[in-house]
Write a protein that binds this ligand. Sequence first.
Ligand SMILES: [Zn+2]
Length: 516
Amino acid sequence: MPRLSVCGIQFSFLVKTNYLALLCLLLSLTMAAQPISFTVSMDNPAAHYFRVVMQCHNLAGKTIDLKMPVWTPGYYQRLNFARNLDSFAVTGENGRALAWEKTDDNTWRVHSNDAATLTVAYIINTRRAFVATPFLDSTRGYISPAGVFLHPAGQLHQPVQVIIQPFRAWKNVATGLDTVAGKPFTYAASDYDMLYDCPILTGNLEELPPFTVSGIPHRFIAYNPGNFDKAQFTNDLKKIVKTASAIIGHIPYKQYTFIAIGPGAGGIEHANSTTISFNGAALHSPEGRLRLLNFIAHEYFHHYNVKRIRPIELGPFDYDNGNRTKMLWVSEGLTVYYEYLILKRAGIAAEEDLFRNIRSNITAFETKTGKLHQSLAEASYETWRDGPFGRTGDSVNKTISYYDKGPVVGMLFDFAIRHETNNQKSLDDVMRRLYREFYQQKKRGFTEEELREVVESTAGTKLDELFEYIYTTREINYRKYLAYAGLAMDSGYQLTRMQHPDALQASILKTWLGEK
Ligand SMILES: [Zn+2]
């Protein structure tokens, strides 16, 4: 057919000449628009498995490969979700069973013979309550979507609908997915990338009063959050969102949800939500409060830095093989750096808290032999092999953690840019430019060369030595860069203010700390 938008004269002409062909086309267009749908139920949560029914329409072909991701973006490790899938069965029209076979660890090949509709049923056994893995027990269900939802190979662009049927005693579902009007617990994703980016928590959940920043709603919904001062916590959360979003100057989502999955460790960032381990009792001590708020600021800032400001390799995602980049020092290291700055600038942390955090990163990096063997770029690239914090258990430690060296080098870049521009520009300008020029305008990530160009053109000069700290194991000259901000460091890596800073040093320190 020459056109899909049939209208007016063309339409009546076509009706006369080829009515049947047109009818077939319109019918197939209507049916193709039908999303792939999933229904997830959990009748017996104590048995730790979700029951999943998937329906697909009009996936033409003699065979269709259905695939489960091997990892989930944000957690750069193979998790082999497919091993949790059991009791796979597939039927075509009229409930006719279809043959299928496994063709590799995460692929189910269905002999569909052009069936117009496929109904696929399976269960997902769950093992571990963790942000990256699905989990179900008698108290709550957590759907880490890459570990629950199959996709037809090569069809990640398909729209998806998800219906959650919570256990009968449960009242709530929390997710960043859009709701479908008029249908309870029914959610829509424009494609699989969105689906895999939106975890779902169900149970009898507690929601704190929502708040808005720049008119945009933010929610905090938790399983078993414990007892703590909820008004103070919400106030802190709002300060974090305000301060973080002021750094970039734009909020890209329609709403944001903090999904707290209960006590534990770890969090994963998403475009309009984050799932975090959370225990409100930690808020009772000043140190525990700062640690928890640092962690939340980190996960929140990631919706900019890694979800939108991102290395070119981190999209589109390869759910079969993972995506490797040499720039996790930007995505993770600079996010650690910004969590410290956000808390300080929000008035939650004090100067000594910021200094203590930087000191702990420098100490962790400088006191291990890995610094002589592995660069930041290599640590980023090898995270799939070494783990997020570097290897442990080797006789000689030859790896480093980008969570330690990354924020430290980020701070030195920040000081250098401020120094070179007479305190007119900073690392914030780099982040804003990356957001505007790549995420908003080019709608893609940046290459290593492009990142370097943005950093150096913001500074107005080459920064060769600092980039050597990224690509080589060259010893870091802390004294030189700290002095730009009127800071010194003692032999125990403790930062201190210089006694008599000059005017530029004093003004850099002041703006860096967010002081008026
Ligand atoms: Zn992170």
